[in-house]
Design a protein around this ligand. Sequence first.
Ligand code: 6R9
Length: 648
Amino acid sequence: MNKDVRTFEALLKENRTFPPPPAFTAAANVKDTGIYKEGENIEEFWAREAAKLHWFRPWDRVLEWEYPLAWWFNGGTLNVSYNCLDRHLETWRRNKAAIIWEGEPGDSVVLTYRDLYREVNKFAAVLRSLGIKRNDRVTIYLPMIPELPIAMLACTRIGAVHNVVFGGFSAAALRERINDIGAKVLITADGGFRKGKIVALKENADTALAGTPTIEKVIVTKRTGQAVNMQRGRDLWWHELMAAAPLYTPPEHMEAEDPLFILHTSGTTGKPKGIVHTTGGYLVGVTTTSRYIFDLKDEDVYWCTADIGWITGHSYVVYGPLANGATVLMYEGSPDYPQPDRYWQIIEKYGVTIFYTAPTAIRSFMRSGPSYPARHDLSSLRLLGTVGEPINPEAWMWYYTYIGHRRCPIVDTWWQTETGMIIISPLPGLTPLKPGSACRPFPGVEAAVVDDRGEPVPPGKGGYLVIKKPWPAMMRTIYNDPDRYVNQYWNRIPGYYFTGDGARVDEDGYFWLLGRVDDVINVSGHRIGTMEVESALVDHPAVAEAAVISREHEIKGQTIVAFVTVKDGIETSPALAQELKEHVVQKIGALARPEAVYFTAELPKTRSGKIMRRLLRDIAEGRALGDTSTLADPATVARLKAAYAEEA
Ligand code: 6R9
């Protein structure tokens, strides 16, 4: 056995904590535990942080709170692009790299703050010239290329509300989102590179646009160069519009509570929720957490591997780091292309100092083995982070050992699309780490674990994770559905924000996340609603009923498993199972592809007709079956188990 493997196994058995290296603490942005005490006065704490941003007009009141509605920094006006760009041009940062971009084929681009400022100003002018005004919605469907943050920042400059749709979503999912928000303009690309292949974004967009009455113009940027259909009068080339654009667009003075963006996420119904974030509080939240949790310094090269199509990319690729004047690395492609060492090669190439990724990625690196990172010089790294799902201690230790070389603290950051900013996390210069724990609520945030009546549960016992007081980057509503916002997040456990996650707190006050307690599945850190997949399945003409559950998976954390009953007269076959999987991909996107489809004559239901998903989960994960006393027809279970065993 080689030495590294021995050390790794020894470390795994440990249950001591990992205090921050003294040198890290000495230089850290936060080195005084007094920050938690300061955070107890939430208004004072967040006002102090807000004052570090640029405001055209100061706020009148830090927080107004009429449960469950919050207004932060009312009366204040600011502009997000001004804070992320103009502000830095007044300093030496004007020629500092803002974005270092690497394409999957190996091409690269560096945009300084001044470059980015110029592109954003020009694109803001382009949007204006197409009639986009404050509060108009703009959909962005782009790969991970510089045009994506440019388009987002340009929207913020003129007060338009962006809605980024992850490039992996299907045409049908794109159309649903465009129609949900009534976007006027769509920004897309001819295609993008992923695992050496081209993702045909414009083609998907064309399909989506067959049913989107509000879209007036489509702006297409050239990435792959393949031939695409350009519809006269509707479709315009990015480069042609930019060639004629003026160099400066004055930033709109936005109210703190003006909407900044809408981002859809999965919930417990079939319809994705358009989460609305507003300008002032969001920017304060993501800027502060970026500075303190990622310990951002001017010398850093910071890389968050999330796609900007998710909230992590919005908050911690674009807004948080750029508001801090950081150098942000952005990579277009897949971590294993052309080889499983692509990330490590990029870290070596650019001297990345802070690296933030997802547990699912770490687990797939574990599988390909430590020889891949060992080929590269990773000594520039000083801080690691994870997000998206609970990290198992084994993956934590692997990350700590083989990527961080036991020098780098790991910040395990718990948060959600809805929270906008990190809520629970270590502070890397302060917090002794425990592998698998996200540690403590961020200063200025009050979180707790409670039972279903909102009573605190004793240390060590599981319960619901709630947030007790408003925080600046909190969602303000669900677009077009304010009642759902109140019911889903604030009426479940009266008085508190309900996260949908289970957790426990240990004797030291450390939070341990236990996964979702609702019908949301977390596949490779991506949220998918069981109901969304079920709706996609029953949309297929052969399907009568479908029940979708999660099954544990070594790399992805969870995968999707579907139990399906077919309509009378339909023959089941492996080919039909395959067809149903493809149908889900068509309706939602590849990320929602079921790992397995099991045909069954009936689904287990309670006497009141509810599908017993818990039972299906037990069957799929091979566990002893729990209580089946409410089952309408107990024989169903035996038949289901037989069907499962046959095809598994
Ligand atoms: C940022 C993001 C949110 C859900 C959340 C939870 C899970 C995220 C986690 C974590 C344990 C962490 N989650 N971070 N679970 N430890 N550090 O991922 O947002 O896509 O909305 O997902 O992800 O279950 O409720 P989003």
